[in-house]
Design a protein around this ligand. Structure first.
Ligand SMILES: [Zn+2]
Length: 315
């Protein structure tokens, strides 16, 4: 899709589902509700007094150990990244996510169930141009032998490399160009993965209580433990792209750029965004004013994008 002509979308009707949380193992109910243009993605904790709401934004990331957790004023929502990726992959910009617990349900550890949920809800265009964050100059962050490099491009492309010392994983490299069809086919079904000894250690610490072969690919020292094996021969690196895209979606905008990611994780994904956003010359926020519309006054830019307003420029 040409970013110059894209308009924001929300879901058509309310949908609901139930699943378990990866951390707690407890049941959680989730609703997706349509939201107005420029609303972004927001999470509401209906199990808490006053039903507080958190904007899905990289500044609100408070923990990246097992998953991406956002929080504000002591209210947190964990494991947002697969849902965020599915919303971006479905072209949904604005939605209210209601939860009666502290985690987005993990389902099968991929984004497939969320895509089905959005499909069940249907989507509709909102007449307001999408907002894009476009990489303008090469930008690079590194930590040890992990790095993320972004260079200008007219599309969103992610090339990810992982390297795990396990004979069924090893070095995997995969490149993906953003497209809603290929997202469903090539990325969304890739499940999260882990190694049995790490899972056992986490569970002994009271973490990953909901983790099981139903929601992750798990390896022992030699084998994959899931009876049906992989969904893709390189499922692990595809899942890392899913994670990266979900974490990028926490800008509240669609990204335009070419990203090369090497052995990273949620922590570096988040650090990359935070550092990039302090370097105005390296990106621009595009508001497609060239589209004939009377629906997009500059005042409609979401307030949480305030720090960026000085670099907003029309196409
Ligand atoms: Zn993941």
């Amino acid at each position: 899709m040409n970013y110059k002509f894209c308009r924001q979308r929300t879901t058509e009707r309310e949908v609901r589902c139930k699943g378990i949380g990866l951390h707690s193992g407890a049941k959680v109910s989730m609703k997706l509700k349509p939201a107005p243009a420029n609303y972004g993605v927001r999470f509401r904790r209906v199990d808490m007094s006053g039903s507080p709401t958190i904007i899905a934004h990289y500044h609100h990331v408070v923990d990246t150990m097992l998953a991406t957790r956002i929080g504000f004023n002591g209210v947190t929502v964990s494991t947002v990244e697969h849902l965020m990726a599915a919303l971006l992959g479905s072209g949904v910009d604005n939605v209210l996510v209601e939860l009666d617990g502290p985690e987005v349900p993990i389902f099968d550890g991929s984004a497939a169930h969320y895509l089905d949920l959005v499909q069940e809800a249907g989507t509709r265009e909102q007449g307001v141009p999408c907002q894009y964050l476009k990489i303008e100059r090469p930008f690079y962050v590194q930590e040890g032998d992990s790095y993320i490099k972004a260079v200008p491009s007219e599309h969103l492309r992610v090339r990810y490399t992982i390297d795990f010392p396990h004979r069924l994983v090893g070095r995997q490299e995969y490149s993906w160009d953003f497209d809603t069809d290929t997202f469903r086919k090539d990325i969304a079904r890739a499940r999260t993965f882990g190694f049995l000894k790490d899972v056992q250690k986490l569970q002994s610490m009271g973490l990953a209580q909901g983790g099981s072969l139903d929601n992750a690919v798990v390896f022992d020292d030699y084998r994959i433990l899931n009876r049906d094996g992989f969904r893709y021969s390189n499922e692990c690196v595809r899942h890392k792209i899913l994670d990266f895209v979900g974490d990028l979606a926490l800008t509240g905008m669609r990204m335009v750029g070419n990203f090369e990611v090497h052995k990273a994780g949620h922590a570096l994904h988040n650090r990359f965004l935070k550092q990039l956003m302090t370097k105005p010359g390296y990106f621009t926020v595009l508001t497609p004013a060239a589209i004939p519309t009377c629906f997009f006054p500059s005042a409609a830019i979401p307030t949480f994008l305030d720090p960026l307003q000085q670099v907003v420029k029309p196409l």
